[in-house]
Structure formats: C-alpha cells, structure tokens
Design a protein around this ligand. Sequence first.
Ligand SMILES: *Cc1c(COP(=O)(O)O)cnc(C)c1O
Length: 227
Amino acid sequence: MDIINEISRNLQDVQQKIVAAAEGSGRKGDDVTLIAVGKAHEAARSHAALRAGQRAFGENRVQEAAGKWPPLRAEFNDVEVHLIGPLQTNKVRQAMTLFDVIQTVDRPKLAAALAQEAEKLGRCPACFIQVNTGAEPQKAGIMPQDADKFIADCIDIVGLPVEGLMCIPPADEEPSLHFAMLREIAKRHGLTKLSMGMSADYEIAVAFGATHVRVGTAIFGQRPPLR
Ligand SMILES: *Cc1c(COP(=O)(O)O)cnc(C)c1O
C-alpha cells in the first residue's frame, strides 16, 4: 500500500477511536486534538499526513524539527507544531521560532528563559507545563509536589501563556491514575487543556479528559532506530 493510503487510513482509524472514546464519556470528538508524532520518521511521512488533511504535529527534538518543518510549512497552511520533548535553555530561541506550542515547560530556569525571549520577540508560543506524575528520576517534568507552586509562578510571576498540562505516565503503571492526577492539578489552576495519551493508551486518556493526544506509532508505524 502506498504511504499516503496507509497513513490516511491510520489517521481515520485513530480519529474514529477518539470520537468513540469521547462520546463514551459524554464529550464531543471535536474537543480532542489529535497530535501526529512523526519523530524519527522521514519528512515524507509527515508530508503524507499533511496531504491526508492532518494539521497538528508533535516533535520531540528541536534539531529534527528545524530540518523537517520549515519546508513543510512553506507548502501547507494552518500547520501547528508542538514541542513534546525536553527543551534546553540554549535552544529556547530556536524553539520559539519553530513551534506553535511548547508542551514541556518543566523548570523555573526554562520558564524564565522563555519569558525573556518572548519579551524580545514580542510574542510567545502557547505553553503547557509537563508534570512528572510518576516522580521518575530519569524523566522530565516538574515533580508532583512542586507542581502547584511552579504552575502558579509561571502564570502569575513569569507571565507565560500557560494553557494546560502534559504528562507521560510511567511505562509499567496503570496510566489512568496518572491521567486522573494531571486532571486534578489542572482543575486547581483553572487550566482546561490536558495533553495525555499515546498510541497505547489514548482512548483511556480521552475518557479521563484529554484535550490533546500525542500519537506516533499508530499513525506512522514503528519508528526507525534513533540515529
Ligand atoms: C514519541 C512520543 C509520543 C508518541 O508515542 P507513540 O507510542 O509512538 O504513540 C507521545 N508523546 C511523547 C512525549 C513522545 O516522546
């Protein structure tokens, strides 16, 4: 099967499951944005998804996005690219020109660097704060016990346009506990957007209130090994 047919069929399949999961929990399918995660795949796969009508994408590396997205944006309108991987402060400037949404704000130093650069640019991408709901030492994200203060500081003191929260549950745990935790934290701060759920668990995430699901493998297939 050619790549456009394959990816467009996968997109339809995932979209249908999102609608079913949303309706099953009393929500509308439209309330959930499908973010297609094309990381580590060739640009041709994202190109095929764009031709199939997909417009929201996720990338986890600044460098990879810098090579892939400027040409694709030149060809397609209304594209929205989300940074879903860790951001180093020395790449903040570059990230701010490449991404519409930065989902991985997770520490005061990064928040300050984003605010400083936003000041210079006169604009700022929408921000999500990543919470390390499983408190895993090797994983990015603000620790759950520090999340309330950090979120409040980002909004009230640093002045970032914080729209929601993002999490990546531990691989070996029931994801729903983490999705519920993220939803509770967001509620305390009046944040309405929740980025949670990947290929293996996006339907569960939608049932727990996800407004953004980040799906790679189920759309683009197995990733080639990282170079
Ligand atoms: C790779 C990645 C995804 C997509 O993972 P799949 O299991 O392939 O759907 C989602 N979110 C983040 C943060 C990722 O790094």
